[in-house]
Ligand binder design. Structure first.
Ligand code: HEC
Length: 215
């Protein structure tokens, strides 16, 4: 005789399976993201060895954020990278999983070299900084690090302007998603843009309509 499973039981089984798969996917995203995150015995962040093989988010050139900063004399590119697992989790949820490491790599912009006649290409590395999400270890869940060569880095002190600028201006979870073109549409779709970023955008749009500069 054919056994018939009552449909409420079947529905419950499907819901349970979906929940288990969801948890498993989130756990996989966190553990894959964790492999990029290594501290030494005294709790300093190690330089992620293969960050150049991660997903490339964007390159800024000569970006200046403060009002009083002098115009650049030499050109600087800033390249941003994130591990693939964290990138995929962001595409699925609109925000970062725990243990995400974002790397900002600064390089000089060169003009003279080979057949180049105009424009700039990237040359030597000037600096390397990290922004890390680690909710159990870091205060407020995120920390900044600046590497000196290949040496591990201490977490930068809370009073540094890294924290205040990112907290006040960054579009998603203290990261500058407004400058990462493959992430901004995802965050917009998921409704994860920060209130301060949205307020700033509204202010700029209003200023544009009335012809007044918003900045
Ligand atoms: C006045 C604002 C400001 C300050 C201060 C600042 N940043 Fe940022 N930061 C930015 C902007 C804007 C970007 C996006 C850069 C790009 O697109 O190249 C960024 C991006 C980053 C990223 C890439 C990941 C992310 O969060 O978007 C890292 C890592 C980073 N900054 C580290 C630091 C560190 C370390 C300090 C302090 C020593 C610092 N920042 C101070 C504005 C700031």
């Amino acid at each position: 005789m054919k056994r018939i499973i009552p449909w409420p039981a079947m529905l419950a089984a499907v819901v349970l399976a979906a929940a288990v798969i969801g948890v498993a996917q989130r756990t996989a995203a966190v553990s894959a993201a964790s492999s990029a995150l290594q501290y030494d015995a005294s709790g300093r962040l190690m330089v992620p060895r293969n960050y150049r093989e991660w997903v490339f988010l964007s390159a800024g050139i000569d970006m200046r954020y403060g009002d009083g900063t002098a115009p650049p004399t030499d050109h600087i590119f800033s390249n941003v990278f994130v591990p693939e697992a964290a990138y995929r989790a962001f595409q699925a949820t609109g925000t970062w999983p725990d243990h995400t490491v974002l790397i900002l790599e600064n390089r000089t912009g060169s003009t003279k070299g080979s057949i180049n006649k105009a424009g700039h290409f990237q040359a030597g590395r000037l600096g390397l900084e990290a922004h890390v999400k680690d909710v159990t270890r870091l205060r407020e869940g995120w920390g900044f690090f600046a590497f000196d060569g290949e040496q591990p880095s201490q977490r930068i002190d809370d009073k540094a302007d890294c924290y205040s600028c990112h907290r006040a201006n960054a579009a998603v979870d203290t990261t500058f998603v407004q400058f990462y073109p493959t992430l901004l549409p995802t965050a917009t779709r998921h409704g994860t843009l920060s209130r301060s970023y949205l307020a700033h955008e509204r202010h700029d749009a209003a200023a544009h309509r009335t012809g007044v500069s918003g900045r």
